[in-house]
Design a protein around this ligand. Structure first.
Ligand code: SF4
Ligand code: ZN
Ligand code: ZN
Length: 319
């Protein structure tokens, strides 16, 4: 008899599975995948978020219109939205990227409206930077080749800091997933950058002087599961990627990590666990502490050099 294609069933309820979680061996239907995502985010929030009693506490959720930050905001509202002492605000940085940012900004705005959350946005020109489309044209005239993201990443970080100051946030939540974390760890390893590894979020028990602490509640959840969750919950998300991102080191590491994970399932978890151990070891030792950051004499942002990275990049591009 011709073989009939059978959709495998969920381990828990026998409904058709939509996901095979290779690193655990589980088959999951949409509802049970969602349940698993929700449990992981709640657990991460319990670990990473310390809300002092008796005070109002403000969380700025950095959103981009993409799936990760949409899931992050939906989950933070789902977990903490009922608490009267917690204010949740969605903040989006507008880099000035034609064709990509306007529609994704609208997704971010719609998500905030749907969830009943205040929405804030800041553009690069408001921060004193040029729009990214202009930066990219200028970059092509520079003698030294650099990827647009090396500039944009610095400007964007300052944009998020700006929003956090504007709304007086106690903590900033970022939507990095397990794949993002593993890619960052590989990039830091490749660059021999221990300093940056030690500064990785969450900052709950390893605060960095001069900036609001970051939390990363999606850090143990693979990108694919976040994507499936966002689709299952029908969140308004923008699917396109930034047109300037393709040459970035991070995107090449995406392939490396995907290959390592398919060869040895659990690789991403292992990289992250090891990094946590290094951070914990370092937190115990009093040596090796980086000197406290100072503030940039030109713009007031925190910096470790003479001027901050944003001002350094501005000079490199437009002086
Ligand atoms: S991909 Fe790069 S250039 Fe595009 S928004 Fe992200 S950091 Fe900026
Ligand atoms: Zn199920
Ligand atoms: Zn500066």
């Amino acid at each position: 008899m011709a073989g009939r294609f059978e959709v495998p069933g969920c381990d828990k309820c026998r409904n058709p599975a939509i996901h095979h979680q290779i690193y655990s061996g589980r088959m999951m239907c949409g509802n049970h995948l969602s349940e698993s995502v929700e449990k992981k985010v709640s657990k991460a929030l319990r670990k990473q978020l310390v809300i002092p009693k008796g005070n109002n506490f403000t969380i700025l959720v950095a959103i981009s219109g993409g799936k990760d930050s949409a899931v992050l905001l939906e989950r933070i509202v789902g977990t903490l939205g009922m608490r009267p002492d917690v204010t949740i605000i969605g903040g989006c940085v507008d880099e000035g990227i034609e064709g990509y940012r306007p529609p994704s900004l609208e997704c971010a705005r719609t998500l905030c409206e749907d969830l009943g959350v205040r929405f804030e946005t800041v553009s690069y020109p408001e921060l004193g930077f040029k729009e990214m489309d202009e930066v990219v044209v200028r970059m092509s005239e520079l003698s030294e080749a650099k990827a647009p993201c090396s500039f944009c990443g610095v400007f964007r970080r300052q944009g998020i800091n700006h929003l956090a100051r504007r709304v007086e946030a106690d903590v900033i939540a970022l939507g990095h997933n397990l794949d993002d974390m593993a890619q960052t760890i590989m990039m830091n390893l490749q660059n021999g950058d221990l300093e940056r590894t030690l500064r990785l979020a969450p900052h709950t028990y390893t605060p960095i002087e001069g900036i609001q602490p970051r939390i990363v509640p999606l850090r143990w959840i693979p990108e694919q599961e976040i994507h499936l969750y966002a689709l299952h919950k029908k969140l308004p998300i923008h699917h396109e990627e930034c047109p300037h991102g393709s040459g970035a080191l991070r995107f090449r590491h995406r392939e490396t990590i995907a290959w390592m994970e398919s060869d040895v399932p659990g690789t991403r978890h292992g990289l992250l666990r090891m990094t946590d151990d290094i951070k914990a070891l370092n937190a115990k030792s009093t040596e090796n502490r980086p000197p406290p950051p100072s503030s940039c004499p030109e713009c007031g942002e925190i910096c470790s050099g003479e001027i901050c990275k944003g001002c350094e990049m501005k000079k490199l591009l437009f002086d």
